[in-house]
Each structure stands twice: as structure tokens, then as C-alpha cells.
Design a protein around this ligand. Sequence first.
Ligand code: ZN
Ligand code: ZN
Length: 219
Amino acid sequence: MIIDMHVHTQASGDSSATVDRYCRLIKRYRKFHPFHGLVITEHGIYDRQMTYRKIAARDDVLIFQGVEVDTNLGHLLLYGITSRFLQQVDVSRRMLDSQKVIKTINDCGGIAVPAHPFRSSIFGRALTKKEIKLDEVRIIEELNGSNSGEENKKATRLMEQTGLRGIGGSDAHFANPVWFLNCATEFENTVHTMETLVRELRSGHFRAIPLNRSSLEEF
Ligand SMILES: [Zn+2]
Ligand SMILES: [Zn+2]
């Protein structure tokens, strides 16, 4: 299953995209290539009321929610947010203590993934120098659609050096093919809920993939 693990909508403030528009693009893309869903990861916003059930059902797209938080070491993508986690960490705050966030999300059954670790982030350097325990962070964002090729290559090199695993996501802020449908994560097994998505992330049966963009001129 192919899932974009990092997508923003207008709720993030620096984006004008809507879930509806993303899903319409996905529907067109799927006439040519496989694609199954996305994870909305707004900056500092986790909306407990969020439900896109109607759009998801209309377009047969999986829509999950995580969050992208700001920490002292850079942006962290969090998957598997629970009420217990939200009681302990105010995701809207900036410069959160990265160690505390990582420990808390792990304790609450979720998972933390440093986003774009070599762009506007100290995570890449900290992981290279092993200043972060690799049993606390096991996955980095290897492919980020808003990164340069060199920034993504640095992430791949870090994975080769450390055994970290990598996911892929567009980091789209606008629902058009320039920002969206450039990379994603391929899961070996079926993922239908955030619980199974976190389980598969923990089991390591996934990889970051660039998306086939050969059909995008048809858009
Ligand atoms: Zn970011
Ligand atoms: Zn982002």
C-alpha cells in the first residue's frame, strides 16, 4: 500500500490545500499508478474532531491524522497520537523538548519520525553523532518532496551508516502536482487504521519510494 506520510492543509496556516483537492488529484493519479492514502500532519495542530469519512468513502482514499511538532532539534512527525499523549504534550507549542516528546510518544504507543532531518533541522547531525539513542528514534524521513535531492541523499546515507529506517512524504502545502505525488511510503502489509500503520512502522515492513510522475502531464 502506498501512503503519503506528510501532508499539510490550510489548517497549517502556510498552506491553502484542502483534503478534498488532494483526494481529487489522487483519483486522477490512480488511473495510471497505485496510491492508497495520506496522513495529514499539520504544524502543531491535532484536531480530535477531524473526520474526512465522507471524502474518504467518496474517493476510496485512506485519510489518517498525525501531527508535525516543532522541537529544539527540528520538526518531528508523530503518528499514533492518543488522548494520553495530548494530556502530556501541548503540540501547539514551539521549541518543545525533543527528548520528552520522543519518550512520551513511545510510552503512549505511537512513534516519532524526524522530518526533513537535513533541512532546517538539527536531527540529522544529532543522529549522525549518535546524540540521540537509536532505540528511541528508529525511523527518519528519508524522502521529503520539498527537500533538495542532496538533502534526501544525506538522509539515505545516515540510514546506511546507522541502520535507521526511512519513510517518504511529499510535505505538500498546496494540492497540485508540483508539491504533491512526488514521493511516499510503500507498506508491504495492509494498513487501514492508525494503529496498524504504527504497528507496520514498528515492524519495519516499509520503504520510502519516489512516485512515478510520468502521467502528471495529463493533469
Ligand atoms: Zn517541517
Ligand atoms: Zn511539513
